[in-house]
Structure formats: structure tokens, C-alpha cells
Design a protein around this ligand. Structure first.
Ligand code: IVH
Length: 725
């Protein structure tokens, strides 16, 4: 049934109202109506759209979440490149920048806009006649990933602008600090890996293929630039739809495309309620561009300042170096931009960055705190790592209460003692480290650290071999090693057992339910539900995850076992070469070193591992539990790498093998696999229900293999793909 005209009208009216109130609430932080009134508008719209689904449009405020998960992101070409910035680390470098700018322009004084450098993820938002059509990550600057459906879930990203302009807007997606900490608390409780900082959390959230996950993440955005701007037809003085790319301070400042500063142009076509627009002239300065962005409905950071000369810029940088922690989000510097667009165009760009802007980067934040204690951690291989327990302090966005001290020698070199006041910082803004001791604060009551002679977890002997920095607990059944070993066994790149994180691993060992990784496979629901915070549902999920992990194949099992010096790559190499655990267990050092990339050290470690009866018992128990100990195809003979250098991408579901098995087969024969199609892809393997990769491959002319052709290729190339051992 076609929707009656009143309904069509009302739906449109509701959308305009909701867009406008979103803008008041999220962008201006100045709501005009109560939350309850807003909810009522939203409910009415949902009701009408449910009754008349044909009226739903992608820019309806009801459509922020709800798109189906993707298989992969599409690549999109930016209309104008997203450039990066060169950096300045101190006053002198800012003054040198100013001198360069003034010299190139031949002027005595230049106005700058100084604004905060938000520490998040750069994105570009594209609008056609005021409607959001695409959102993309920066990527390599020329092409990024199409993350439109994820960006739509961010409430402050306008789906519709207050004037019907065609525009590309550049901004930074970020996660407020408190929201980030709350997210990490939740992840910790769920046994999921933590994000190192709000920037990583933003990047991870934006790259979710399922927009429902992104929608749950507390993301926000600040917009800071225009990459492209078009005046709506009929509104420009000459009546034409004039594309004047760089005129609005496009990142490129491509002088050749700078259209004349077209006069009155933007808006004026009555795109619904909104602030009385300020004239609608094309911006001639960065300041005017920021004001225009705000008028169009974008969220612009309120802290920016028009500076008359570099002196004021330096003062602004100094202010924010001290005040950055007072903000509810992370900034890592101040961006300084020449205000006048005609100046920007004259200055132009270098290969990577514009000459009219620079990023002042804050120095790594250092704070002082007190070392309350030095404890040791026992790792998966028995390595004993000393750790400083600190009075909690905030540094670079998170609260730090421990810092690794690496090993005994490190502590001696820095002469770190228990009770010392120390300066700490975060290496790469992530890992807390002790920079130095503040010796002037010593009272004489500080105590030097002694490496324990016995393992704190099991009482076993601690041995530090001659010439090595690391001390180890040599007891193979040490519970602390076991907990770490289980965490590693279950990790994503190993057996990928979802839900089995550090807290659960510790509980299983403590309750005596697990004394080696094979015991995981005999856990019962009754045992699991007795654990704290483990309901029926989580227990069933865990059992299902354990069951699913049994088929991962030899390469993953080998890596999961945590044999010293056997990383993921080596494990794959070994699995491909030997094909089964039994064959590998029988291999001698000579046979092992004959495998490409396997040296003496790795070979010895493997032989030692299989010489230990306890390890063999675990492997037997895993086998008995049904864990697959073979790789799916027989090993290719030595030197048989017919797919050497060939790059494959797989899409859709193959009927005869899992994706992992197909990838393993390709790798075994010397090829590589990747998650996305590009010009460099040699073959796209297509299974049932392929995703967008197929279209991409067709567009790029990448050869396509169906399952049969693929089997033929790998069969002809290296043996039976389905053969077992
Ligand atoms: S302007 C050509 N302004 O910093 C100018 N960038 O290295 C392009 N960023 O990738 C950037 N806050 O992700 C600009 N207020 C701001 C910014 C900002 C954060 C990021 C942006 C860019 C990087 C520059």
C-alpha cells in the first residue's frame, strides 16, 4: 500500500526536526527540547517507517545502526588527497616554520589558526547536496577504506546538513578518555584483550565489519577541515554548480584548482530549520571554514585561536602543553595553519604535507611517583620479570600503577630501589617505563632489589644461565607458567578459544581443574558453572569454543603449544613440511635444519621439547581429545614452491575446505594470502556467496578462480588438497 501524502510529509518533517535537534544536542551542546520530547519524535518516526518501509532512506535518523555486517571494506579514492603534517617539537622549530612561510610569501606578518591536534583516527565525510553519502578512513592518503556504515553510528556525524552543499569534510574520530576506561573495564571483566589507549580503541572500533559493534563503542568526532566544496546550483551568482575544490582550504591547497572565491553561494534553499546562516559566502580563510563547518552542522572543537604571529602560537602551544590533561579527550599536539586560503595556495604542498601547516607535538609526558615494591612475574617460558609497583599516577591518558623493569641488569644500571621516587613515561605513549631515579629524594630508607632464588609461584629453583639477561623458573609444572601457557594456547592466533582469557585461565589452574592444556578439553559444564562469574550460558559458549578449536590444524597447535622459538611463521613452515605431529616429533636436528628458515637454535628447541615425556603426554592427551594433529595436504617436496610470489585473496565459502585450510595450502606451495583485493592480487578464489571482493577483482581485472579451478591449481601444483595423514 502506497503511503498517503500526509504520511510522506510527516515523515520528512520528523526527519528534519530530529536532524535539527541532533545538531542542537550533539554539535552545539545546547538542546532546545527535553530528552523525552526527542524520544517521542523518534518513536513516531520509527512507527511510521515500520508501517511504510518504502519510505525508509539511508539518511533517516533511524538508520544510524542496522546495516548488515560486511565481509570486507571497500577501498575508496579520496576526491582530494588526505595529507599528513610535518612536525615541530620546540619553539625554535615553530619559529623556523614561521620564517619559511613569511619568506615564501614575502610578507612581514602572517595570521595563523592554532587548534588542538586530536589523537584519534582521521576520516573524510562526503556529502552530496547535504546528504551523507560516504565516510572513509585516511588509508594511504590517496585511498582509504569505506567505513560509512560505522561512521553513521556516531551521533555527532550529521546524516543531513543544514544546507544542501556538496562537501568533503575532514575530521578526527576519537574516544573520550572516561568512555575508553569504561570500555576497557568491561573488556577486562569479559576476558577480552584491552586497548592500549583511546586512539587504538577508536581505530579498532571504526574497523569493525559489523556496525552493531561500532555502535556500542562511545565514539565521537571533531571536524577540522574541508577537502572539497561545491556551491549548490542556482545559488551561485552565475547559476552554475561550480566545483571549486581547493578554494576552501582543501588539504592539497592545489593552486591550480583554486576557483575564484565564488560569492554568495551556500545554502539559502531552505533545508529546514537551522540557525540563520551567515550569508553563505565561500570561506576565504581557515577561520571562516571552521565557522562554516559549524553552521552546516558539524562538530568543531571549540578550542581554536586566531593568532597574530608565531609568538601567540607559541603561547598557545605552551598553554595546552600544561592544560592538555584538563580535557576529557586526548590531544597529542597543536596544529598550526596559515589562516588565509590565498596564502595557503601560494605556499602549496610538498610530496607529503602542506607547506602552510605544521603540527607542534607535545613532549612525552613524564611524571614522578614512588616505587612501593618490586615484584616478579613468571611468564609462559618460566622467565622471571621484575615489575615495579608504583603509587598510581595518570600519565598519557591512563592510570599507571606498574612498570616493567625487564631484568636484573636493567635495575642495576638505573639503580632503582624500593622506596625510590622515580620519573616515569610511556614509551611510544603505550608502555610505562621508568626513566630515572630522582636521587635527591632519597632518604636512605630505600632497599635494593634482590632477585628471588625460588620461584614465587611454585618455589622451584630460579636459574640465570651464564651470559643471559633472563632468569627462569625451571619447574615445568609451575602453576604461573601454566596460567600463561593456557592464555597463549587460547589466544586468537593460536587455538582461538573465545572467552578463555587471563582471569578464567587463572581460576581454572587455581581450582585444580586444569594442570595442562589438554585438560581444557575434558572440562565439563558442571565444573565450569561452579566458577565465579560463570553462568550456564558462558559455560556452554566456552565448551562450544573449545570444541570448535579442535579442528584448527597442525600449524596452530604447534604455535599454541608454546615451544620456545617457535612463532607463528615457524609453526606454519613446520606443519607444511612435516604434515603431522608424529612426523615432526621424530625429526632430528639435521632434518629440522633442512627446512627453510629453521636454524640450529630452533631445531634444538624442538628436539628438546619432544624429548620431554611430560610434553609427549600432553600431545597424546590432545590427540585423544580429538584435536587435529595434521595439516590438510601432504607436504610439498623440497623446493616445490610452484606458487612462489603469487598473491591470493579468498572470498565466500568453499565447500571442500575451510578458509584456513585453503590459506594453508597456498602458503605451503609458496604463495601468500591477503584480506583485500588490489592491483597486486594474482588470483581471487571465489566460493559460495562471495562478498564485495569479487566486484573489486572484476573491476581491476584480477583473474578469478572458482573452487574447482583452485583445487586443480593447488592439486596440480602440490598434491591432493583433501589428503590426510
Ligand atoms: S589538519 C593537511 N587538524 O593529525 C592538514 N589534523 O599528521 C591535514 N589531526 O592525519 C590535517 N587534529 O588525523 C589537522 N585539528 C587538526 C587535527 C589533525 C588531529 C590529525 C589528522 C592528521 C594528522 C596530521
Amino acid at each position: 500500500m502506497a503511503a498517503p501524502e500526509e504520511v510522506v510529509k510527516r515523515v520528512e518533517q520528523l526527519r528534519e526536526l530530529i536532524h535539527y535537534h541532533n545538531y542542537r544536542y550533539f554539535t552545539l551542546d545546547d538542546p532546545e527540547i527535553s530528552d523525552a520530547e526527542y524520544d517521542q519524535l523518534m518513536r513516531e518516526l520509527i512507527r511510521l517507517e515500520e508501517a511504510y518501509p518504502e519510505l525508509v532512506t539511508p539518511d533517516s535518523p533511524t538508520q544510524r545502526v542496522g546495516a548488515a555486517p560486511l565481509e570486507a571494506f571497500k577501498t575508496v579514492q579520496h576526491r582530494t588527497p588526505m595529507m599528513s603534517l610535518s612536525n615541530a617539537f620546540d619553539r625554535e622549530e615553530l619559529e623556523a616554520f614561521d620564517a619559511r612561510v613569511r619568506k615564501a610569501l614575502g610578507v612581514d606578518a602572517v595570521e595563523y589558526v592554532a587548534e588542538l591536534k586530536i589523537d584519534g583516527v582521521a576520516v573524510s565525510l562526503s556529502y552530496e547536496e547535504g546528504r551523507l553519502v560516504r565516510g572513509a578512513t585516511r588509508g594511504d592518503g590517496e585511498r582509504g577504506e569505506d567505513v560509512t556504515q560505522n561512521l553513521k553510528t556516531i551521533a555527532s556525524v550529521p546524516l543531513r546538513l543544514l544546507r544542501p552543499v556538496t562537501i568533503d569534510v575532514r575530521g578526527e574520530v576519537y574516544m573520550p578518555r572516561e568512555a575508553f576506561e569504561e570500555l576497557n573495564r568491561r573488556r577486562e571483566a569479559e576476558g577480552q584483550p584491552l586497548f592500549a589507549n583511546p586512539r587504538n580503541a577508536s581505530a579498532g572500533s571504526l574497523r569493525q565489519l559489523d556496525p552493531r559493534i561500532t555502535a556500542e563503542r562511545p565514539l565521537d568526532i571533531f571536524c577540522y577541515g574541508i577537502g572539497y566544496l561545491e556551491i549548490p546550483s542556482g545559488a551561485a551568482p552565475d547559476g552554475g554548480a561550480e566545483a571549486a575544490g581547493a578554494a576552501a582550504g582543501a588539504d592539497t591547497a592545489g593552486a591550480d584548482r583554486a576557483g575564484p572565491a565564488a560569492g554568495a553561494g551556500l545554502g539559502g534553499t531552505g533545508a529546514g530549520p537551522g540557525p540563520a546562516g551567515a550569508g553563505g559566502a565561500r570561506p576565504a580563510t581557515h577561520k571562516e571554514a571552521l565557522e562554516l563547518l559549524r553552521e552546516l552542522g558539524f562538530k568543531v572543537n571549540p578550542h581554536w585561536r586566531l593568532c597574530r604571529g608565531i609568538g601567540e602560537v607559541i603561547e598557545y602551544c605552551r598553554h595546552w602543553t600544561e592544560q592538555r590533561r584538563s580535557l576529557p579527550y586526548e590531544i597529542d599536539g597543536v596544529v598550526v595553519k596559515v589562516n588565509r586560503f590565498d596564502y595557503q595556495e601560494r605556499l602549496g604542498v610538498t610530496a607529503k604535507s602542506p607547506r602552510w601547516a605544521i603540527a607542534y607535538k607535545f613532549p612525552a609526558e613524564q611524571v614522578t611517583t614512588v616505587v612501593r615494591d618490586i615484584v616478579v612475574n613468571v611468564g609462559r617460558t618460566g622467565a622471571i620479570t621484575p615489575m615495579a609497583i608504583l603509587d598510581p599516577v595518570r600519565v598519557a591518558g591512563t592510570t599507571v600503577s606498574r612498570a616493567t623493569l625487564h631484568n636484573e641488569d636493567y635495575i642495576r644500571q638505573k639503580d632503582i630501589r624500593i622506596g625510590d621516587t622515580v620519573v616515569i613515561q610511556k614509551a611510544g605513549d603505550i608502555i610505562p617505563e621508568v626513566v630515572r631515579v630522582v636521587e635527591s629524594q632519597r632518604t636512605g630508607a630505600e632497599r635494593p632489589f634482590e632477585m628471588p632464588k625460588a620461584c614465587p609461584a611454585c618455589g622451584g629453583a630460579v636459574v640465570r644461565p651464564e651470559g643471559e639477561a633472563v632468569a627462569r623458573c625451571v619447574n615445568a609444572s609451575c602453576p604461573a607458567q601454566l596460567v600463561e601457557g593456557i592464555i597463549h594456547f587460547a589466544s586468537r592466533d593460536a587455538m582461538d578459544i573465545e572467552g578463555l582469557g587471563p582471569a578464567l585461565a587463572a581460576a581454572l589452574v587455581e581450582k585444580g581443574l586444569v594442570s595442562n592444556v589438554a585438560d581444557l578439553y575434558s572440562l565439563t559444564k558442571e565444573q565450569l558453572v561452579q566458577l565465579e562469574r560463570m553462568g550456564e550460558k558462558s559455560a556452554s559458549n566456552l565448551l562450544a569454543a573449545l570444541e570448535a578449536s579442535k579442528g584448527r590444524g597442525l600449524a596452530r597447535v604447534l604455535y599454541a603449544l608454546g615451544i620456545r622459538h617457535v612463532g607463528e611463521g615457524t609453526a606454519a613452515e613446520l606443519a607444511a613440511h612435516f604434515g603431522s605431529m608424529d612426523a615432526l616429533a621424530r625429526a632430528s636436528v639435521d632434518e629440522l635444519t633442512a627446512v627453510p628458515d629453521i636454524g640450529e637454535k630452533i631445531a634444538r628447541s624442538i628436539v628438546e621439547y619432544f624429548a620431554e615425556p611430560r610434553n609427549l603426554a600432553v600431545i597424546e592427551a590432545l590427540k585423544a581429545a580429538g584435536v587435529k594433529m595434521t595439516e590438510d595436504a601432504p607436504p610439498a617436496g623440497e623446493g616445490e614452491r610452484p606458487l612462489e610470489g603469487k598473491r591470493f585473496v579468498i572470498t565466500g565459502t568453499l565447500s571442500g575446505m575451510t578458509r584456513q585450510e585453503a590459506e594453508a595450502a597456498i602458503k605451503r606451495l609458496g604463495g601468500t594470502t591477503s584480506g583485500s583485493v588490489s592491483r597486486n592480487t594474482d588470483y581471487l578464489v571465489v566460493g559460495a556467496s562471495p562478498g564485495s571482493k569479487l566486484q573489486k577483482a572484476l573491476d581491476l581485472g584480477v583473474p578469478i578462480l572458482d573452487e574447482e579451478a583452485f583445487l586443480k591449481l593447488i592439486g596440480a601444483a602440490g598434491g591432493e588438497p583433501d589428503g590426510g595423514h
